[in-house]
Ligand binder design. Structure first.
Ligand code: NAG
Ligand code: NAG
Length: 192
């Protein structure tokens, strides 16, 4: 009987314990000024990354899949309203079998009613050398039929903490039948 009563209170005890734990953790001040050196930040540097992205829509192992579209997307010459999620391979050379340097993971939406123009919201995660596990995040407009497109880097992680900069995108090859594309990236990123 007493045990049963105790057991019925157990969830409450665990909630109280949980709240106590939270309270201890939140004893840190909400904000304070710290020196950049406390995070090991020294001199900002500029890194140039050069690689190729493989956007595979059609084939045995597509790395770009349409996940949504509007009722009117299939009547739009610019695919307006279509949303595609990607996990695209990044390689050092234009050949898909050249050295892998990372992946581009995120999504793009066809965001123009009059031309092929994408809203890109994509994280680039690198696997090469000192950049292994570090990411940069790009949010920008990609008018895919323009010669060179410039997209802003809005942040990063790992060695790319505090990242800012831009990426220049140039279509290296495009298979009109399959929709598959290889895109050359020149990335200029400021970081510590
Ligand atoms: C567009 O898609 C809708 C729904 O999937 C379909 O009913 C319609 O026939 C399609 N229109 C064209 C022009 O393909
Ligand atoms: C990158 O890091 C992962 C996990 O830490 C490790 O398994 C992998 O071998 C590393 N790759 C390279 C190319 O250093």
């Amino acid at each position: 009987m007493a045990n049963a009563v105790l057991r019925s209170f157990l969830p409450i005890f665990s909630v109280i314990f949980f709240l106590t734990t939270i309270n201890v953790a939140s004893a840190k001040p909400f904000s304070k000024t710290v020196s950049p050196s406390s995070l090991g930040l020294k001199k900002e540097k500029l890194t140039h990354l050069h690689f190729f992205l493989h956007d595979i829509l059609t084939g045995e192992n597509p790395t770009a899949v349409q996940v949504a579209s509007a009722a009117t997307t299939n009547t739009s010459s610019s695919f307006f309203g279509s949303v595609v999620v990607i996990d695209d391979l990044l390689t050092a050379g234009p050949d898909v079998k050249s050295k892998t340097v990372g992946r581009a993971q995120g999504m793009f939406a066809f965001a123009s009613q009059s031309e092929l123009s994408l809203l890109m919201t994509i994280n680039y995660v690198f696997t090469e050398g000192k950049f292994n596990g570090s990411t940069i995040s790009i949010l920008g407009r990609n008018a895919v039929f323009s010669g060179v497109r410039e997209l802003p880097i809005v942040g990063g992680s790992g060695v790319f903490r505090f990242a800012r900069g831009f990426a220049l995108l140039k279509t290296h090859s495009f298979d009109v039948q399959l929709g598959n594309a290889v895109v050359e990236y020149d990335v200029y990123v400021l970081h510590y």
